[in-house]
Write a protein that binds this ligand. Structure first.
Ligand SMILES: Nc1ncnc2c1ncn2[C@@H]1O[C@H](COP(=O)(O)OP(=O)(O)OP(=O)(O)O)[C@@H](O)[C@H]1O
Length: 353
């Protein structure tokens, strides 16, 4: 199944969000760089889609296009079946209300001169969600309680600098909920927090995911976090602007079919250092990530890939094709030989050359 195909239960309904053949080119001093290259993705109502990849793989650029914060160089971003860049002004405003972006660094996104109450009530009043300041204050208390900032009254008069990182992130989530979004885009929203706080914020987000039925586009560089948050959803793995593997999260974690996904999974540390898996790293031909300004030909993973075959992998760009039910990968060797190619690699210490 390609990233755009619909599952039987959603067939006939437009996905909530679709990125169709979307690219983003930035013109830099080093020349044009294709930060996102022709990606296809969709999120259905209430579904979690995790976008995973190393730093610089294009996750934030893709997320900003999904949120309507940046216009793609080519391709279509559709919300509930309609191209967002063809929407009339009022409809675009409604779209922006329906899709809320929760940023990695809440300190940068919360206004330092506004109290928490002002932060939460401003969008409620601006968009006419409530009729009076009193109703807005009551709703602020409800929303702060929803994100586990209790008793909420203790937080209303505080400023962002008086809160911890975890508390600020909860305020950012509460603010995102003010306009009853249908989709929340959470961009590395726990990566700056200490581990124990990260887990409690993730647990809170997980509860909202289950209780509110909101769709999530969940961006992380950490497959372990995608596993935790998106187990019942789908995961797309990005590498240098392209999607290299897509499928249900349990399949991506337990039975990855792209050598890059396997390397990412092998790099997840085990709690016991003696058990730390490093095999994937060892079998990579190079640890260096190529520059977007000078991309390798063909499959851009080929200079690092343990399955590299001369003339095949450095030729054409591999398409994302179904490898097994519901799971697709962009790898010439796996597309040709099936997952047996990966088993061969596991049996051999020597990379193919
Ligand atoms: N406005 C811009 N102008 C030029 N280059 C940009 C711009 N925004 C992003 N890039 C480049 O595009 C590439 C992808 O960046 P992006 O932030 O989308 O990646 P990412 O996967 O989200 O990484 P990170 O996890 O570090 O945020 C990077 O090489 C980045 O330097």
């Amino acid at each position: 199944m390609s990233a755009l195909e619909k599952s039987p239960e959603t067939a006939g309904r437009a996905p909530l969000m679709t990125l169709g053949g979307v690219s983003q080119v930035f013109h830099t001093k080093a020349g044009p760089i294709r930060a996102v290259d022709n990606i296809n993705l969709s999120v259905n109502p209430g579904e979690v889609l995790c976008l995973v990849g190393e730093s610089g793989s294009g996750k934030t650029t893709a997320a900003r296009m999904a949120a309507g914060l940046a216009r793609p160089s080519s391709g279509e971003v559709a919300f509930e079946g309609t191209d967002i860049w063809a929407l009339k002004r009022d409809d675009f405003t409604n779209f922006r209300r329906s899709v809320q972006y929760v940023h990695q660094d809440p300190y940068a996104s919360l206004n330092p001169t506004r109290t928490i109450q002002q932060t939460i009530t401003a969008p409620l009043l601006k968009h006419g969600v409530v009729k009076s300041k009193k109703a807005a204050a009551e709703r602020a208390v409800e929303l702060l309680t929803k994100v586990d900032l209790t008793p909420a009254e203790n937080y209303l008069s505080k400023y962002p600098h008086q809160l911890s990182g975890g508390q600020r992130q909860r305020v950012a989530v509460a603010r995102a909920l003010t306009l009853d979004p249908k989709l929340i885009i959470a961009d590395e929203s726990t990566s700056m927090l200490d581990v124990s706080i990260r887990i409690s914020v993730l647990a809170m987000l997980g509860r909202l995911r289950d209780d509110l039925g909101v769709g999530f586009l969940f961006i992380t560089h950490d497959l372990a976090i995608a596993k935790y948050f998106g187990w019942h959803g789908k995961t797309a793995v990005m590498y240098l602007g392209r999607i290299v593997e897509f499928g249900p999260t349990p399949k991506i974690i337990n039975a990855p079919t792209h050598p890059y996904t396997r390397a990412l999974i092998d790099a997840i540390p085990e709690p016991d250092p003696d058990l730390t898996k490093t095999k994937g790293r060892e079998s990579l031909r190079s640890l260096e990530i190529p520059s977007l300004a000078h991309l390798p030909s063909g499959c851009t993973f080929h200079p690092r890939c343990p399955l590299f075959e001369d003339g095949l992998c450095d030729g054409a760009v591999p398409e994302l094709v179904t490898i097994r039910s519901g799971q697709s990968a962009a790898c010439h060797v796996v597309a040709r030989d099936g997952v047996a190619a990966l088993d061969d690699e596991a049996r051999s210490d020597e990379p193919r050359a």
